[in-house]
Design a protein around this ligand. Structure first.
Ligand code: SAM
Length: 213
C-alpha cells in the first residue's frame, strides 16, 4: 500500500497508544493471560486502515483480535477507529507478519484473517505473498488444531495459487467462492473490499482449516 507520510504521526500514535502493543514478543504464549475473559484469539495480517478490524472486533465480542501491520501511516487510522469505537478486544502491532512465530506460541491462535494481501505478481516475488508456503508454515504452527485461516482477495490468479499452497500445506478448504457478494453483501468488509464491491469487482474467499492430525 502506498501511503503518504503523516506529519503528525508521532502525536497521533501517542493519542491512540492504549491500543498499541510495543513489545508483543513478551506476550508470546501469554496473550490469554494478559487479556483474560475472551474465548478465542484471532490475528489479522496486514490490517491496513482497519475498517475490517474495528467491524470484526465489534461483531465478535467474545474474541480478542490482534492486528499486525508494517505501515504505521495506515495502521494509525485503524488504531483511531478502534479507540473511537471504544473497543476493548483489539490491539495493534507495528510489525512484519514474518515475525508471527516470535509473537504467538505453538497452537495459540484460533483464527487468522488475511484480507487483500499484496498479490506480488511474477514468480520472482512469489515468496513475498502472505499465502506463500513459508508464511503458511508459520500460520500452521501458530494455529491450534481445528484453527482456521479466513482468506479474501479480489485477485483471481492469487486466489487460485493460494488454494494450491493452502492444500499443499495440509489445510482443508471450505466455503470456497469466487464471488462472495453475488447475492448481496456478506460479512464485515475491509477498506479495499468496500472499494472493489462498489466497482462491481467479484471477491474471492475461502476458509482453510488445520485438521487435528
Ligand atoms: C492491499 S493492503 C490491504 C489492507 C486491508 N487488509 C484491506 O483489505 O483493506 C495490504 C496491507 O498489508 C500490509 N502488509 C503487506 N505485507 C505485510 C507484512 N509482511 N507484514 C505486515 N503487513 C503487511 C500492507 O502494508 C498493507 O497495509
Amino acid at each position: 500500500m502506498r501511503m503518504r507520510k503523516k506529519k503528525n504521526l508521532p502525536q497521533r500514535m501517542e493519542k491512540a497508544a492504549s491500543v498499541l502493543v510495543t513489545e508483543p514478543e513478551a506476550l508470546r504464549g501469554r496473550w490469554r493471560e494478559e487479556y483474560p475473559g475472551y474465548g478465542r484469539l484471532f490475528a489479522e495480517l496486514g490490517c491496513g486502515k482497519g475498517s475490517f478490524t474495528a467491524g470484526t472486533a465489534a461483531a465478535e465480542k467474545d474474541a480478542f483480535l490482534v492486528a499486525l501491520e508494517r505501515v504505521p501511516d495506515a495502521m494509525i487510522m485503524a488504531m483511531e477507529k478502534a479507540v473511537a469505537a471504544e473497543l476493548a478486544n483489539v490491539r495493534f502491532l507495528d510489525t512484519d507478519v514474518a515475525r508471527l512465530g516470535e509473537i504467538f506460541s505453538e497452537g495459540e491462535l484460533d483464527r487468522i484473517y488475511i484480507n487483500f494481501c499484496d498479490p506480488w505478481p511474477g514468480k520472482k516475488h512469489a515468496k513475498r505473498r502472505l499465502t506463500a508456503p513459508s508464511f503458511l508454515a508459520l500460520y500452521r504452527t501458530a494455529l491450534r488444531p481445528g484453527g482456521q485461516i479466513h482468506f479474501k482477495t479480489d485477485n483471481a490468479p492469487l486466489f487460485a495459487w493460494s488454494l494450491e499452497t493452502l492444500r499443499e500445506a495440509g489445510f482443508t478448504l471450505s466455503e470456497v467462492t469466487e464471488d462472495l457478494h453475488a447475492a448481496g453483501p456478506v460479512g464485515v468488509m475491509t477498506d479495499y473490499e468496500a472499494k472493489f464491491y462498489a466497482e462491481g469487482k467479484p471477491i474471492c474467499r475461502c476458509v482453510a482449516t488445520k485438521e487435528d492430525a
